[in-house]
Design a protein around this ligand. Structure first.
Ligand code: UD1
Ligand code: CA
Length: 452
């Protein structure tokens, strides 16, 4: 039997944030979500989150994760005090307890699998994860012999100069034999620089205590401040880009692009410099993105090109060309082979196949039929100051430059709208609609005589 406990009650004072530390985001997922994901492969029988600081907020953010148990730690008197809160809920539990610090987000699932395997094979009372860090400042130091047996963990602030030279670092990830841990937890004392109950002190009370060193020291990076947050973001971004390059995506300037965990890319996608993918976006085979794009929660079909543009909650079918300088806002549904050009904004609108909106337009709350050609500067006036209304334009219609379609309004198929028209009434199929002042020309007009 395996229970997992994630320590997520701390405030994260060093972050200087209104957000509890474990809710800080990294590449589109919070720290605590990442920690929870890292232990999924172990299929634990129980998953317990120890919450305290802003507990309701942490629980609310994790609503989508089913099967989590919450245990309240109030006040937060250290990592040992946090685990003491399990004595009651795990009173009848027999098996291993994996404890994960909620602020160690880069762990690979394989690392936890092998930690648990080693722990079970050796029969140790505790097996903890360690790494050799070039700069272990701030971390607990692990004192172990050549066989891997650990005698003690001493926190950085409690170390003397000589102890600080030890670079074997505590990751904050431990497999305990629960019953042996439960027997020593009540013996913890606050005899340390912070006056807290340290989980790390249990290690010296347990026999045998073993450690397992990870090969990639990045994995154990803990996040206490914004600098470490940015360092972890950099590691994650590097991992994500390497992953997608291995899957057939070209990045011409990888370091200038950022990806989110939930973004997906097809084969032969080319990502040019300064492109950012957020949320759950999917980019079809052969798309060319960038330079200079922000794509969030959007789906692109095959062979779409996007240049210097922003897409949010938009869907773009195959073969479209977007930009430069276009904005597709939520609810934009763009059919195949459409062209959306410079300084065009689209919102909550469907564009059927082959629609062209090439220059300087606002298309909001509209349905444009196949092959519609929207002239430069055409605006759908969708808002009367109180309500939003729809504009419907039939297939094959064309609007002249600088037209205003005042919604609600319907234009049938193959309608032509004269340039500069402001239309407030529906137009039947096949008609020419003009809504502008007739041009007046006064010949031989020299204007008033200049005043002397
Ligand atoms: C801890 C370890 C240190 C290790 C480091 C790895 C202890 C005493 N020290 O130090 O050896 O090298 O992690 O990153 O454990 N938390 C609670 N309740 C509390 C206090 C903390 O739930 O009362 C949670 C925090 O939310 C956090 C985690 O425990 O997710 C670690 O706490 P933190 O204060 O960051 O410990 P470190 O000083 O980093
Ligand atoms: Ca920490």
């Amino acid at each position: 039997m395996l229970a997992v406990a994630v320590l997520a009650a701390g405030k994260g004072t060093r972050m200087k944030s209104a957000l509890p530390k474990v809710l800080q985001p990294l590449a589109g997922a919070t720290l605590v979500e990442r920690v929870l994901t890292s232990c999924e492969a172990l299929h634990p029988e129980r998953r317990i989150l120890i919450v305290g600081h802003q507990a309701e907020r942490v629980e609310r953010e994790l609503q989508g994760h089913s099967g989590l148990e919450y245990v309240l730690q109030q006040p937060q008197n250290g990592t040992g005090h946090a685990v003491q809160q399990l004595l009651d809920p795990l009173a009848d539990f027999q098996g291993d307890l994996l404890v994960l610090n909620g602020d160690v987000p880069l762990l690979r699932p394989e690392t936890l699998v092998s930690l648990l395997e080693q722990h079970r094979a050796s029969g140790a009372a505790v097996t903890l994860l360690t790494a050799r860090l070039a700069d272990p400042t701030g971390y607990g130091r692990v004192f172990a012999d050549a066989t891997g047996a650990v005698s003690a963990i001493v926190e950085h602030r409690d170390c003397n100069d000589e102890q600080r030279r030890n670079t074997l670092t505590n990751a904050g990830i431990y497999c305990f034999n629960w019953q042996k841990l439960a027997a020593v937890l009540p013996q913890l004392t606050t005899d340390n620089d912070q006056g807290e109950l340290y989980l790390t002190d249990t290690v010296a009370m347990l026999e045998p205590a073993m450690h397992r060193e990870v090969a990639d020291a990045d994995e154990i990076t803990g996040i206490n401040d914004r600098l470490q947050l940015s360092q972890c973001e950099a590691v994650l971004q590097d991992r994500l880009r390497r992953h997608w390059m291995a899957e057939g995506v070209t990045f011409t300037d990888p370091a200038s692009c950022t990806l989110s965990e939930a973004s997906r890319f097809g084969r032969d996608v080319v990502v040019e410099p300064q492109c950012h993918f957020r949320g759950a976006s999917s980019i079809g085979d052969g798309c060319r993105i960038g330079p200079g794009c922000l794509i969030e929660d959007s789906q692109l079909g095959e062979g779409v090109s996007v240049v210097y543009s922003v897409l949010r909650q938009a869907r773009v079918a195959e073969g479209c060309a977007i930009g430069p300088f276009a904005q597709l806002r939520p609810g934009s549904e763009v059919g195949p082979q459409c062209h959306i050009g410079n300084f065009v904004e689209v919102k909550n609108s469907t564009l059927a196949a082959g629609v062209k909106v090439n220059h300087l337009s606002y298309i909001g709350d509209a349905d444009l039929g196949a092959g519609v050609n929207v002239g430069a500067g055409t605006i759908t006036a969708n808002y009367d100051g109180v309500h939003k209304h729809r504009t419907v334009v039939g297939a094959g219609s064309k609007t002249g430059a600088n037209s205003v379609l005042v919604a609600p309004i319907r234009l049938g198929d193959n309608v032509t709208v004269g340039a500069g028209s402001t239309l407030t009434r529906d137009v039947p199929a096949g008609a020419l609609a003009l809504g502008r002042a007739r041009q007046l020309v006064k010949e031989n007009w020299s204007g008033p005589a200049p005043t002397p």
